[in-house]
Design a protein around this ligand. Structure first.
Ligand SMILES: NC(=O)C1=CN([C@@H]2O[C@H](COP(=O)(O)OP(=O)(O)OC[C@H]3O[C@@H](n4cnc5c(N)ncnc54)[C@H](O)[C@@H]3O)[C@@H](O)[C@H]2O)[C@@H](O)CC1
Ligand SMILES: Nc1ncnc2c1ncn2[C@@H]1O[C@H](COP(=O)(O)OP(=O)(O)O)[C@@H](O)[C@H]1O
Length: 488
């Protein structure tokens, strides 16, 4: 599991080591880590010239200490500084850098030339003390960086929101970031994760074992710990029966994709409820599924569900969908089922909208005439996933290139496991069946959602490594993918 922490938590962990903090040892550990990574990268790229951009705080001091180490290793070094007399530690760092042969430059044409000539730039303008947006003094510095220059941000890409939020175009976009102690939200959340490039976490000795993370990412190592694996005492009922209300006369395939995924992912049993055409399809293609209502441990309501159809069969299916939502069982609500959501339910609930569905549902639940757009949700996915979780009291899995899972409380889960080939019709139906199995197996909605997103992404890769995938192949791959993750 990868865990990211808020600035407040990281600062508290630093403060819990007063001797290391006050002696400057933490800073030396940070600087040593940056210098090691930067030196390795420079050698790899055959680079000679490195220039540090030094802001007024401790992040700038880290960066000055790091470039002093790079000078000692024989690289051609320069540092562009805003005001090294701002603090004692900056003055010490600047003195050391100067003594080691780093060319210290104030603002001005010479500084901009040094930046544009550098093959590697160390961005130490701001770290966790940074407010969103670049300090005005640093804008010409960042503008002077050439496209082909390798940019290494120290702790955080300067100007990007450290606690996560919209990525700012007028801020640093790094090729890589070297952070200290633990990732911060900026490193793990979309869209700012992309501004961090490759992330390295340097262990500087912070103890975060009892701290509450702000962001969590489930990794393959977690699968054996979380996956509901059957034991000798299990039978099909104890493993969890999943009810699926999906598909209609128009979207027949959704029924098949969701039930196939549920069966392949290892449901004890799948009960399917639908209208005649998808029912015939499920009977033919998924013989393991049992058609009709019965006792279940969790429901999936909505893939391909038509909420406006008015014939008897569609009405009967909708009645089952509404009864599932009114029940005290865990329910995953997807696609058409989202139109049936009217507000909070008491039992565990997982909503799985894509950005368009999220926008539509928020608009309806807020009861305002101003319509939220898909683009607005895509631009600020975390903000809108939180808004929907707040309006419904449910856990929200917001789909996209990165999947966000937001519960009404607790950390944000963020999964980044899928190849872009997974952006194909029907893959959401597969995710619904897979996550439904985990709800029926007893996982809480946030765990079920993030584990499902991980396995879904991996299965998409396994279905056709490096190439296009069809949703049904992803569903068929689930069994082998789960086995591989459980036995790795
Ligand atoms: N406390 C310590 O000993 C350690 C600190 N570390 C480093 O210290 C950094 C945090 O240092 P600081 O708290 O000094 O903060 P920063 O160095 O991140 O930046 C703070 C300074 O930048 C200014 N500033 C921030 N955003 C601005 C904006 N948008 N426009 C204009 N000015 C802006 C602030 O007013 C302040 O002067 C970490 O990121 C890390 O690099 C590490 O060395 C680990 C140990
Ligand atoms: N660019 C992308 N990269 C990786 N995965 C993606 C990307 N875009 C979408 N996905 C994933 O593909 C799936 C699409 O689901 P959805 O939009 O509901 O499709 P459908 O309704 O056709 O089944 C989701 O799991 C989503 O997270």
């Amino acid at each position: 599991m990868i865990t990211g922490y808020s600035v407040e938590t990281v600062r508290a962990a630093e403060a819990a080591l007063p001797e290391l903090l006050e002696s400057g040892e933490l800073m030396q550990r940070a600087a040593r880590g940056v210098a090691r990574i930067a030196a390795g990268r420079m050698r790899e790229r055959g680079a000679r010239r490195v220039c540090a951009l030094v802001g007024p705080g401790n992040n700038g001091a880290d960066t000055l200490f790091a470039i002093a180490r790079l000078a000692k290793r024989g690289f051609e070094t320069a540092a562009v500084c805003v005001d090294t007399s701002a603090s004692q530690v900056q003055t010490e760092a600047a003195d050391l850098a100067r003594a080691r042969g780093v060319r210290l430059l104030d603002d001005g044409p010479e500084a901009l030339t040094a930046i544009s000539r550098a093959e590697v730039v160390l961005d130490g303008i701001t770290g966790i003390g940074g407010r969103p947006g670049l300090p005005p003094f640093a804008r010409p510095w960042v503008d002077a960086i050439r496209d082909r220059t390798w940019v290494i941000s120290v702790d955080t890409p300067s100007g990007q929101p450290v606690e996560g939020g919209d990525a700012l175009a007028e801020a640093v976009f790094a090729d890589e970031t070297v952070t200290f102690g633990a990732p911060k939200p900026v490193h793990l959340l979309p869209p700012t994760e992309a501004a961090c490039g490759v992330l390295t976490v340097i262990d500087i000795g912070l103890d975060l074992t009892d701290a509450t993370p702000a962001v969590v990412r489930v990794t393959p190592d977690d699968v054996p710990l979380l996956w509901p694996t059957p034991g000798p005492d299990d039978d099909k009922y104890s493993r969890g029966v999943l009810g699926v209300v999906a598909g209609g006369e128009q979207y027949t395939g959704a029924a098949m994709l969701t039930t196939t995924a549920a069966v392949t992912a290892g449901a004890g049993m799948v009960r399917y409820v639908g209208t005649p055409t998808p029912t015939a399809l499920v009977r033919a293609a998924v013989p393991e599924a049992v058609v009709g209502e019965g006792r279940v441990q969790a429901w999936v309501v909505g893939p391909g569900l038509e909420t406006t159809a008015s014939d008897d069969a569609a009405r009967a299916q909708l009645d089952v969908a509404r009864a599932a939502l009114a029940s005290d069982l865990p329910v995953l609500v997807d696609a058409g089922g989202l139109d049936l959501v009217t507000g909070p339910r008491a039992a565990p609930t997982l909503l799985t909208p894509h950005a368009g569905e999220c926008a539509r549902l928020i608009t309806r639940l807020r009861g305002r005439s101003t319509e939220l757009t898909r683009e607005e949700v895509e631009g600020s996915p975390l903000e809108h996933a939180r808004m929907l979780a707040g309006l419904t009291g449910a856990t929200v899995l917001l789909k996209g290139a990165t999947t966000l899972v937001v519960a009404p409380d607790g950390p944000v889960h963020v999964q980044d496991d899928a190849p872009a080939w997974l952006a194909t019709a029907g893959s959401g139906d597969v995710l619904a069946g897979l996550a439904g199995v985990l709800l029926a197996g007893g996982l809480d909605p946030a765990e079920a959602a993030s584990l499902a997103a991980l396995v879904h992404g991996r299965a998409a890769h396994d279905a056709n490594p490096g190439g296009p995938v069809r949703a049904l192949d992803v569903a068929h791959a689930l069994g082998a993918t789960v086995a591989r993750l459980l036995t790795a």
